[in-house]
Design a protein around this ligand. Structure first.
Ligand code: OGA
Ligand code: MN
Length: 209
């Protein structure tokens, strides 16, 4: 389902520099289907997103202002997407022995002006209990005719968190994959509503301890 040459390219990029960005990775049909599925959802099917185990919603709203809907294989469109991610998981496990175990993902709707402040998707376990088992992050964008003026870029910082190394415009069909523990990142506000799918490959809990 994913060409071997593409899997090789992604695996190489994850070894160094640790992230990969492409506009041609996923078949356009899958992207169109996902946009259809996204647009079928009613406003009340999107919930205020949380951050980790944080339960203070006022604090959360200062950090992220997107609304999310968790994806499941309940439609042909989302099933196709999840199958593609499953093929990616298998391909990367064969090449990098990452031990990727499952994949969770959600549609994210950023209303005009919404942002997501700088964060890491996972924290490296420092002895004791691991704080997260997310190891590989994906972001896929669904915004047709997105212009540079619309803003809403994903900023990716270096591991030392000292400089921005990528400024990614959320254009339709663009896929970003990065090591969850390595790269702080943030979403800048946009002057248009912004649609994305964030997802994470996780390792089995037991493997971390
Ligand atoms: C996230 C995230 C980035 C984006 O949901 O954790 O960083 O560009 N999203 O939507
Ligand atoms: Mn993130």
């Amino acid at each position: 389902m994913i060409p071997e040459s593409l899997l090789n390219e992604i695996a190489d990029a994850l070894v160094e520099p640790g992230y990969w960005i492409s506009d041609q990775a996923m078949p356009t049909d899958i992207g169109r289907g996902l946009l259809r599925a996204f647009e079928t959802l009613q406003a009340d099917e999107f919930k205020t997103a949380g951050i980790g185990r944080q339960t203070d919603f006022q604090l959360e709203e200062k950090i992220r202002a997107d609304k999310i809907h968790w994806i499941s294989a309940n439609s042909p469109e989302t099933t196709q997407f999840l199958q593609w991610m499953d093929a990616l998981k298998t391909g990367l496990n064969r090449r990098l022995f990452m031990g990727l175990f499952d994949y969770e993902s959600h549609f994210a709707h950023y209303p005009v002006g919404a942002f997501y402040k700088k964060h890491l998707d996972a924290f490296r376990a420092k002895g004791g209990q691991p704080s997260s088992n997310r190891v590989l992050s994906t972001v896929y964008y669904l915004n047709e005719s997105w212009l540079p003026d619309n803003g809403g870029e994903l900023l990716i910082y270096n591991e030392a968190d000292s400089e921005v190394i990528e400024k990614v415009s959320p254009v339709f069909g663009r896929l970003v994959i990065f090591l969850s523990e390595k790269f702080p990142h943030e979403v800048l506000p946009a002057n248009r509503e912004r649609k994305s799918i964030a997802g994470w490959f996780r390792v089995n809990e037991g493997r971390l301890s």
